[in-house]
Design a protein around this ligand. Sequence first.
Ligand code: ZN
Length: 441
Amino acid sequence: MDAHAPTLEKLVSLCKRRGFIFQSAEIYGGVTGLYDSGPLGTLMKENIRRLWKESLNHLEQEVVYIDGALIGPEALWKASGHISNFHDPMVDCMVCKHRYRADDISLDKPCPHCGNKQWTEVRDFNLMFTTQVGANTGQSTTAYLRPETAQVVFVNFKNVMSSSRVKIPFGIAQIGKAFRNEITPKQFLFRMREFEQMELEWFCKPSESNHFYAFWILQRMLFMRAIGITKERLRLHGHAPEELSHYSRGTSDIEYQYPFGWKELEGIAHRGDFDLTQHMQHSGKDLKVYDEETKESYTPHVIECSVGVDRLFLTLLCDAYYEDEIDGEIRTVLRLHPAVAPITVAILPLTKKQHDFAYPLYKKLKLADYSVEYDSSGSIGKRYRRQDEIGTPFCITVDFDSPADNTVTLRHRDSTKQERISLEDIPARLDALLKISFLEE
Ligand SMILES: [Zn+2]
């Protein structure tokens, strides 16, 4: 057998068992929609951020990075439209008090939780977390945890232009947390209350915006393929005019086939001049750009590419989860791209006797910045299985012959094939296997 067989239950269990993801504050019962990254999850998310940046940096297009504040004043979120528009319809069961997103359930049917059919009115629930800035309640002002990272880019557009050497067209990218008080967080990491976004806002002339909209859709799709996501489980969904958000002139979602259906993985949106125009109107500041050629000022258009670190993490786990049969035994294996996998190589001395040879090798690779793990206890078969389950692409086994001829066994995760290589060849072999090609189709 060789089956791609992820279910949400299996992934949740694997994530906890192996230290990818934990429910936040679990010993106190946890909070729905909040999660902590464990040691392996932290390593893998670092890879995801690094690869996302590499996917932008390898292009000729100029991109600079910012890191904005998580808390924003009310005026900012008024201008962006979030105070008036960013809500979901909410309804409560009057009997068991269970709360639902009104568009998640049918109000003609009984409460899925208790079976009664007595609903409150449907109300709008704003998804932003509020907080107070300032010590005294009398003098403090209401502010909001940012529900998206994009607005921090728009309000810094002029600062970046006047302080950097960038010229239109160029991008401002940001990786950071965002917060949404979801009524019903669900599907594990898919819809969370605190999550991390990787967003690119691409500023261009209005006349070039459609060209760049198409360009970025293609680039983002190539990125998903380059980091190893299966082609057949990806598709592009262009929004019909009636599906578009209030700010958008065109939106395309890269969708992935999750165990719970086709859902958005990344959104690419043509935002036109909506955001800069809004912030000009509300702040009274001029955010236009002067065109040296035409001698006229204009408001740039924006193409946005937005993907969640957590959602991409979940997608990569789903996509990599296989169960196959090795020596008559079912094994769970994460077939992650080597550049994505939290651990690149595991050093496994065959017995404790090889420790003095194996441990210095481990330290040497660690100091050379490889993500490496040392595991010396248990049968070698069990140690291989453990590495397979966390997606480690390579195991290096040190055996009785190693000290004599300076060779070790390199085992490949997916094929389980083993080859003999000399110590000095290890870094070059690892580097070749870790390479990612963003341009390949
Ligand atoms: Zn109920």
